[in-house]
Ligand binder design. Structure first.
Ligand code: 5GP
Length: 194
């Protein structure tokens, strides 16, 4: 997605060879017009599938899940993050190790909001090590729902996330695919997105 690549080039802060900060338009302040365009792009890539629900993780996936849900005309659900291992309500949950925060947490979704009749698209902001998304995939499977694909706004292709998901037979699309970066320099793969 060219417009997204341009914004990353202009405003992305490359903190190290592995961490990109995009707080001015994606992760802290949100450019809502761009978020809506991202939703339309996921519709272009996944809209032929019979998706009934979008799932993401709080907090930074929410605006993109919502934009995609609006584009597809379906609800979205965000998994909640909790430090505690004991969960009182009836939830599906999975452990996740955070790459950016270097800590472990649980993600959970109420059993009321995902079930065997759902056909799910997972949407998130970054695909890096894949740990967060694998946690969501486990929740979808535990719920007996069908996973139709994973859409990420930014992929860091030099980390192992995509292969973890593709090894499980999951269709993955990312809108800006970074092959390498270092302060002052960033390279993208030109993919199928507009
Ligand atoms: P993963 O589990 O794929 O390693 O990444 C999980 C989450 O960490 C992403 O959804 C994102 O919120 C955050 N993350 C991973 N890498 C980056 C990065 O380079 N920059 C930012 N801003 N967040 C990241």
């Amino acid at each position: 997605m060219k417009v997204l690549q341009e914004r990353i080039r202009q405003e992305g802060l490359i903190l190290s060879d592995t961490v990109l900060k995009v707080d001015s338009f994606l992760n802290h302040q949100v450019d809502t017009e761009l978020a809506l365009q991202i939703g339309q792009e996921f519709k272009r890539l996944f809209g032929h599938l019979p998706i009934t629900k979008i799932i993401t993780i709080e907090a930074s996936g929410i605006q993109f899940a919502m934009a995609t849900a609006i584009a597809l005309g379906v609800p979205f659900v965000y998994a909640k993050k909790k430090k505690a291992v004991t969960l009182s309500e009836a939830v599906y949950s999975a452990p996740v190790h955070s790459f950016t925060r270097k800590e472990d947490y649980m993600v959970s979704v109420s059993q009321k909001y995902i079930g065997p009749s759902d056909k799910v698209l997972i949407v998130d902001d970054f695909l890096a090590t894949g740990a967060a998304l694998v946690g969501l995939v486990d929740i979808v499977q535990e719920a007996g729902a069908e996973l139709l694909g994973v859409g990420c706004v930014i992929e860091k292709c030099f980390q192992e996330g995509r292969s973890l998901l593709e090894d499980r037979g999951i269709e993955v699309h990312a809108l800006a695919r970074i092959t390498s970066m270092s302060p002052g320099e960033i390279h993208f793969i030109d993919n199928e997105s507009s």
